[in-house]
Design a protein. Structure first.
Length: 113
């Protein structure tokens, strides 16, 4: 689980959208991808693979069901589905106040620093 506090001083709110600030969906996906990459990194470290970084390879089945606005707390939940040849597949969901606002599947690839 990861947490992102969404504040009005985020630079993307200046243009998205004036008078009606909405967190861009691509940034919600980015937050889920970073959480998946961190989970992959920590899992690799527990297996003795120190110094491995994970990079976004693919996003599938992205869905957005609710708007994320300033003042919301985005709760990110990531579950590892499988790892094959250094690539991990993750099921990601984002919640605000217990309600799902977005979901997707993410593929990350590991690479030594």
């Amino acid at each position: 689980m990861a947490v992102k506090n969404v504040t009005i001083n985020e630079p993307f709110f200046n243009g998205h959208f004036p008078g009606n600030p909405v967190m861009p969906g691509v940034l919600i996906i980015e937050a889920m991808a970073q959480a998946a990459g961190m989970l992959a990194h920590l899992a690799a470290e527990t297996e003795g693979k120190k110094g491995e970084l994970y990079y976004l390879v693919k996003v599938d089945n992205a869905r957005f069901s609710k708007i994320v606005s300033p003042g919301d707390q985005l709760i990110l939940e990531v579950v590892q589905k499988r790892i094959v040849r250094g690539m991990g597949q993750y099921r990601c969901e984002a919640f605000v106040e217990g309600k799902r606002v977005s979901s997707c599947e993410i593929l990350c690839a590991g690479r030594k620093e």
